[in-house]
Design a protein around this ligand. Structure first.
Ligand SMILES: Nc1nc2c(ncn2[C@@H]2O[C@H](COP(=O)(O)OP(=O)(O)OP(=O)(O)O)[C@@H](O)[C@H]2O)c(=O)[nH]1
Ligand SMILES: [Mg+2]
Length: 313
């Protein structure tokens, strides 16, 4: 496929087109993935998650800029529709993103969250594979740490950054969202705001309590993304984490888990689609209505529909 060759050369228009294809999820996208997949697996994939407005996009821009200064190339996928990358930004963010826009060593793409959330996770994973295969040294994924799906997407990274901001209750929120477990590096952004040291302290105490169990204790890094302050330290922590993964042979384990997640997702979906095709959308819809009106419970309904598969064939 000609498109595949252009992707492997990091042709920007080919990449944009390919990501649209995986978003729409057709046969062409599967063929594409089949061809590029052997070329992926080289990039350091970094997830950036945290509450809305905590400065993730600003940080992502700064991280990209720092890596570019080292001569490394960066692909960026933003999974939040309200992200500055989609154009909903304040003027300052637009200006900052424009600095990156002229640079051919950076590719930025936001993922439309149309369709099901499961579809979004799949499309994001595929987009990351495309950027990885295109040869970007680093692939950054920005998600809003709001729901399980976003956390799942972040979890598919090698290194996950959880961004917090100073203020009472943030650390409690982090635990609630299950972000504590997925963080490899904590970032307390907006360090120009009051209360930053309390937040750092609270996070550090909590991390110390957890640290006995694992060989990597997430560092807590203070940043002012707006001015690029602390971003060099942050990059260092990210590189340290990568070195740790390599040193501990943890990379293979991680890659195995990622592969298992993706394979499971694809199989689950194929199974469902095949089953649905056999049942027929009308019968499925009828049953949905019966469950909705409490004429039948979802367990019995599923059993009935799934038995009909064997009866019909
Ligand atoms: N004071 C201050 N403001 C910041 C800092 N970093 C980012 N901001 C501002 O915070 C606002 C939100 O920043 P974004 O980078 O869009 O945050 P985000 O987390 O990507 O937001 P969503 O994608 O909408 O969840 C913007 O107005 C930024 O300019 C910082 O270190 N200090
Ligand atoms: Mg954003």
């Amino acid at each position: 496929m000609e498109l595949t060759e252009r992707i492997l050369k990091a042709d920007r228009r080919a990449l944009a087109r390919a990501i649209s294809l995986v978003e729409n999820d057709g046969e062409q996208a599967q063929k594409l993935l089949q061809e590029v997949y052997p070329h992926a697996g080289q990039a350091h994939i970094i997830g950036i998650t945290g509450p809305p407005g905590s400065g993730k996009s600003t940080l992502v821009s700064q991280i990209a800029r720092q890596y570019r200064q080292q001569g490394r190339t960066v692909g960026i996928v933003a999974v939040d529709p309200s992200s500055p990358f989609t154009g909903g930004a304040l003027l300052g963010d637009r200006v900052r993103m424009r600095d990156l826009a002229g640079d051919r060593g950076v590719f930025v793409r936001s993922m439309a969250s149309r369709g099901s959330m499961g579809g979004l996770a799949r499309a994001t994973g595929d987009a990351v594979t495309l950027l990885d295969a295109a040869g970007f040294d680093l692939v950054l994924i920005e998600t809003v740490g709001a729901g399980q799906v976003e956390v799942d997407i972040a979890r598919e990274a090698h290194t996950t950054l959880v961004v917090e901001v100073p203020g009472l209750g943030d650390e409690v929120q982090a635990i609630k969202a299950g972000l504590m477990e997925i963080a490899d590096v904590f970032v307390v952004n907006k360090a120009d705001h009051a209360g930053v040291d309390q937040t750092v302290r609270a996070l550090t105490i909590m991390l110390d309590m957890n640290s006995a169990a694992c060989s990597w204790t997430p560092p807590v890094i203070k940043t002012i993304a707006l001015h690029g302050e602390g971003v060099a330290d942050l990059i260092e922590a990210v590189d340290d984490h990568w070195a740790y993964l390599v040193r501990e042979n943890a990379l293979q384990d991680q890659q195995r888990i990622h592969a298992q997640n993706r394979l499971t997702r694809v199989m689950r979906r194929r199974l469902f689609d095949e089953l649905l095709a056999k049942i027929g959308p009308e019968r499925f819809e009828e049953t949905v209505m019966q469950v909705a009106t409490h004429k039948i419970d979802p367990y019995s309904a599923a059993a009935r529909l799934m038995n009909s598969k064997t009866q019909g064939s």
